[in-house]
Design a protein around this ligand. Structure first.
Ligand SMILES: Cc1ncc(COP(=O)(O)O)c(C=O)c1O
Length: 1000
């Protein structure tokens, strides 16, 4: 195969009339820039550079992929795949309901790079817009669930339920190991919770709470021994049957017995129903999908988790809180950051890193746009439709399930449920096959009169009877009173919610548009400049790659629609899994895990299951996972969740895995060694020479090797983990394969395995096609995870082709080495490999600078904001350092601008060091500078305002102004406030910290 990464090869000649080569748009430096950069490094071609950097033992440049398509061709190919899907109005329910995303939100958030290219808001000063949106999300969830604190999104409803189970398990006393789950719970939720529980030595036991009368103690029928062994209870509100039951008594009894009670609640239903908090739940979980998010064949959608007061420190994932900045003004930030996995590792509350920020922002904006009255109106309409649907069926002689429901009706069709489902499809709607004798029908925001008629017709309800119901109907009115309401009186909501002004001031599209614009203007995302975050690969998210995400032929497919309606998706998924397997050298891939952390869990569960099946009877269980000290915190957290014991392996002075220590650990734990989990190239940004030896050592001791594939951007087309010794990897499609970070999600974290682990890939209870029958169970709620964004990596790979991908990797390595070369005189580069080269990122050691001048890594990171840059990764994997990853997409101009900024900052630090500026009052310590600060009437600092605002001349023609000054993180942790603050707190400066209310 022609190797397009050869340097000095003339640019690919494009036949006249055809579109430019996509790789040349994706990759920043053009051929002349590359030549100049290579020259500074003493190489004459990309090939010579990568040959020098990548150890020969692992090098493998073969890549068997389809020929590259240009942008119009890939759009045409996606259109063809879309045409192979067949969106049918869905009344299937089961946790997924068609919904309408207001156009103003679709265009200005979902399709707006200012929102979708942002990174997780770890640098809060440049993230105030998305932090406010997430605070709205948390407020929306706490209000609707009636609980004290909600996190800023989880991966989906089933994984949120699994996290709730883990919260309960961690608090379990006296060896309790049984988790009680209401049998009327989504099957995917039961299965995901069971998968997680099993790994932690707990079991799920289904209980039928419909036994007793509504309002009674449904637990009375549960045997006492089981209750004594139980640590928690999960109840659905409502479950897949749609039935609504009053469980206040059940919750009270359960709590008396020491069980933590979780309610899986439908958010739209909660606009009409009493909140889980009011009913006595400890935790509420669910999905926010029906707040405007498309079905997208299963995701991405934001899950939510809220807890009562007292449990806030157990929350998994990210939590946004209110703090104050250096001027004492309120400012948002991620709070309780000590919960981060990097610090707590295997003791972390969860392995969640990337969550679902963009979907959460979309759902929160749906609530901002509609407000409480609008949401309740939608819910009333949905309920009214369900009531009328039921009435029509009843009039037509069909026996129905429970008489209390919100949107879902179960109808009997003895012996002919399949026929009814088929007939409904013929009449134009998808309904759910419950069993041979029953079907389920769920109404939703998009349901129209014709859909009801289709269902009635499928049951053979005489048109005259149906017409009678239709004639009496008041489709858009308030909930019909008395007979037409199917909500139990004792469950009708009476308290108020979403009272904060943000949910009331954006009814007109003009107001909404300006609110969205104002928030996005507060933030710094990839659309403004380079985000050189090590380990995060913030590369171009090309417009063409994103285009199909909102096309109805992809957006409007229900995850449990008949598969012949999803043929386009299935082809796309098969292609992508196949291409990813070829790129990584593995035998098979599952795209189900919806973040890297979930891929890690899937991979480790596969290892665990393999050992279970291959360890001789009576031999000790292999449960030790060796993890180098430099590893990402999710690795240890995932190992703990997979039921493994973590043993830390040291790194040597050069940052490499200490092979002697590894050998020692492998020997010590030979009998119980399950795995080595190692990142490659290492989180130190180096292609370690010893990786082959490390894999061999572990294999000899009977363990398997997990290579964390988060750094795959340094490997694609140059080496394959599946060929150089690893047994399993996860990949982060939101890094290497162009899915935008969305401010902290969605991500996709496929798990890739070698031959021997194929039987242990994830599977799914409702889709045999989604994984092997022998699989470890579902890792995510949807069969193919976040299927609705898989078009992005598919399009990327299609447009790059093998040569383009290899070229991208090579330029990523070139860009990182060029930065290392330019900045080395100012900041030592901590680690390098062969020939002094780094891989795709480099660590700048600021510790000598801090020792010499007192200027900290924080000062430099915040000062970069004044220069218009997002800081590199701070203090990971080594405290006091900055890890820079430019990616291939940044061109030489931007890279030089960054290097110039870093060089100028070094000179500023020297002025602190030589006493020109005092340590506590200088442009670095005061950074970032807001417009308000530099335009204040008083200026008492020992440097001019121009140095504060315009340290380099180019900023005068385009300047990002941070909206807040440096944020006091500790203050926010001490004074926890995780819902929208009262508007008054922004009106007046906050002099006294005590004026900010605390919650929780
Ligand atoms: C090395 C490494 N491993 C694992 C992860 C976890 O991936 P995710 O954030 O998708 O859960 C990350 C995320 O940044 C990472 O850098």
């Amino acid at each position: 195969m022609h190797d397009g990464s050869e340097q000095n090869v003339p640019p690919v000649v494009v036949p006249p009339g055809s579109y430019p080569r996509f790789a040349d748009r994706h990759i920043g430096p053009d051929h002349s820039a590359r030549k100049a950069m290579l020259a500074t490094l003493g190489h004459d071609s990309l090939r010579s550079l990568t040959d020098a950097a990548v150890p020969a033992l692992i090098a493998d440049r073969s890549l068997d992929l389809p020929l590259a398509l240009d942008e119009p061709a890939v759009l045409a190919a996606l259109r063809a795949l879309g045409r192979a899907n067949r969106p049918v109005p869905s009344m299937i329910g089961l946790g997924f309901h068609p919904a309408v995303m207001p156009g103003v939100i679709q265009r200005n958030v979902l399709e707006n790079p200012a929102w979708y290219t942002a990174y997780t808001p770890y640098q809060p000063e440049i993230s105030q817009g998305r932090l406010e949106a997430l605070l709205n999300f948390q407020t929306m969830i706490t209000d609707l669930t009636g609980l004290a604190v909600a996190g800023a999104s989880l991966l989906d409803e089933p994984t949120a339920a699994a996290e709730a189970m883990q919260i309960a398990l961690r608090r379990a006393r006296g060896g309790r190991r049984v988790y009680l789950v209401d049998a009327d719970t989504l099957p995917q939720t039961i299965a995901v919770v069971a998968t997680r529980a099993e790994a932690l030595g707990a079991t799920v036991h289904l209980v039928d709470l419909s036994d007793g009368p509504s309002g009674g103690d449904g637990l009375a029928a549960v045997p006492a021994e089981l209750l004594d062994a139980a640590f928690g209870l999960l109840v659905s509100y409502p479950g897949p049957s749609g039935a609504l039951r009053e469980h206040r008594e059940v919750f009270a009894r359960a709590r008396e017995r020491g069980l933590l009670v979780t309610v899986a609640a439908d958010l739209l239903a909660l606009t009409l129903l009493r909140s889980p908090g009011e009913l006595g739940a400890d935790i509420a979980v669910g999905s926010t999908q029906r707040f405007g998010l498309p079905l997208s064949f299963g995701g991405p959608h934001a899950g939510y988790l809220a807890v009562r007061s007292g449990l806030e420190r157990t929350l998994p994932g990210r939590l946004v809180g209110v703090s104050i900045d250096a001027a004492g003004d309120p400012a948002y930030r991620l709070t309780l950051q000590t919960r981060e996995q990097h610090i707590r590792r295997e003791k972390a509350t969860s392995n969640i890193c990337t969550a679902q920020v963009l979907p959460a922002v979309l759902a929160s904006m749906y609530a901002v746009y509609h407000g409480p009255q609008g949401l309740a109106g939608i819910a009333r309409r949905v309920h009214g439709l369900a009531v009328r649907l039921a009435e029509g069926l009843r009039v037509g002689g069909v026996t129905l399930g429970d008489s209390s429901f919100f949107d879902t009706v179960i109808a009997a069709a003895p012996g002919r449920a399949g026929e009814v489902v088929a007939a409904a499809l013929e009449h134009g709607v998808n309904i759910r096959l419950v069993d041979d004798d029953h079907v389920g029908i769920s109404c939703n925001e998009t349901t129209v009169e014709a859909d009801l008629r289709a269902v009635w017709a499928a049951f053979g309800v005489p048109p005259a009877a149906a017409a009678e119901v239709t004639a009496q109907a008041e489709l858009d009115g308030p909930i019909p009173t008395t007979t037409a309401v199917a909500l139990p009186t004792e469950l009708v909501r009476t308290d108020r919610y979403l009272e904060h002004p943000v949910f009331h001031e954006h009814r007109s599209e003009t107001a909404m548009l300006r609110y969205l614009r104002r928030l996005s203007d507060l933030d710094l995302a990839l659309d403004r400049g380079m985000i050189p975050l090590g380990s995060c690969t913030m590369k171009l998210n090309a417009t063409t790659e994103m285009a199909a995400v909102t096309w109805p032929e992809f957006a409007d497919i229900h995850p449990y629609a008949p598969l012949d309606q999803a043929a386009g998706y299935l082809t796309l998924i098969r292609d992508l899994e196949e291409w990813l397997a070829r790129i990584t050298g593995y035998a098979g891939v599952s795209v189900q895990p919806n973040a890297g952390s979930q891929g890690e869990l899937a991979g480790l569960l596969a290892i665990r299951a393999y050992h279970r099946d291959h360890t001789p009877a009576g031999a000790p269980v292999r449960d030790v996972c060796l993890i180098p000290s430099s590893a990402h915190g999710t690795n240890a957290a995932s190992a703990a969740m997979a039921g493994m014991r973590v043993v830390v392996v040291a790194c040597d002075a050069d940052g490499n895995v200490d092979l002697d220590d590894l050998a020692r650990a492998a020997r010590t734990h030979t009998e119980v060694l399950a795995a080595l989990m190692v990142t490659y190239p290492s989180t130190h940004g180096v292609y370690e020479e010893g990786i082959g030896q490390a894999c061999a050592l572990v294999h000899e001791a009977g363990g398997l090797v997990y290579v964390d594939g988060a750094n795959l951007n340094a490997l694609v087309g140059l080496a394959k983990p599946g060929q150089f010794g690893a047994d399993v990897s996860h990949l982060n499609l939101h890094k290497t394969f162009c899915i935008p970070h969305g401010g902290g999600g969605p991500g996709v974290g496929p798990v890739a395995v070698g031959e021997k682990l194929l039987p242990y890939l994830p599977n799914h209870p409702l889709r045999a096609e989604a994984g092997p029958a022998t699989g470890v169970g579902p890792i995510s709620g949807s069969p193919w995870g976040s299927a609705g964004i898989l078009m992005i990596p598919w399009a990327y790979i299609q447009m790059m082709g093998a040569d383009g991908l290899r070229e991208a990797t090579s330029v990523a390595v070139l860009n990182a080495n060029y930065i290392a070369h330019r900045l080395r005189p100012h900041y030592p580069v901590l680690y390098s490999g062969r020939g002094g080269l780094v891989a795709h990122e480099c660590i700048l050691d600021l510790r000598p600078l801090t020792r010499a001048t007192g200027v900290t890594v924080d000062d430099v990171a915040k000062r970069l904001i004044d220069y218009g840059f997002h800081a590199p990764t701070m203090s990971f994997p080594v405290a006091g350092t900055l890890m820079v990853e430019p990616t291939e997409s940044e061109d030489l101009g931007e890279i030089d601008r960054f290097c110039d900024a870093m060089t100028a900052i070094r000179a500023e630090a020297d002025k602190v060091g030589d006493g020109t500026w005092p340590l506590e009052d200088n442009p670095l310590r005061n950074a970032p500078h807001t417009a308000a600060m530099v335009t204040a009437d008083e200026w008492a600092h020992p440097y001019p305002r121009s140095v504060a605002a315009y340290p380099v001349a180019t900023l005068r023609t385009g300047k990002y102004w941070p909206p807040v000054r440096r944020i006091d993180g500790a203050y926010g942790d001490r004074n926890l406030m995780c819902t929208c603050p009262p508007v008054a707190s922004f009106a007046e400066p906050v002099d006294e910290p005590a004026t900010l209310a605390t919650v929780g």
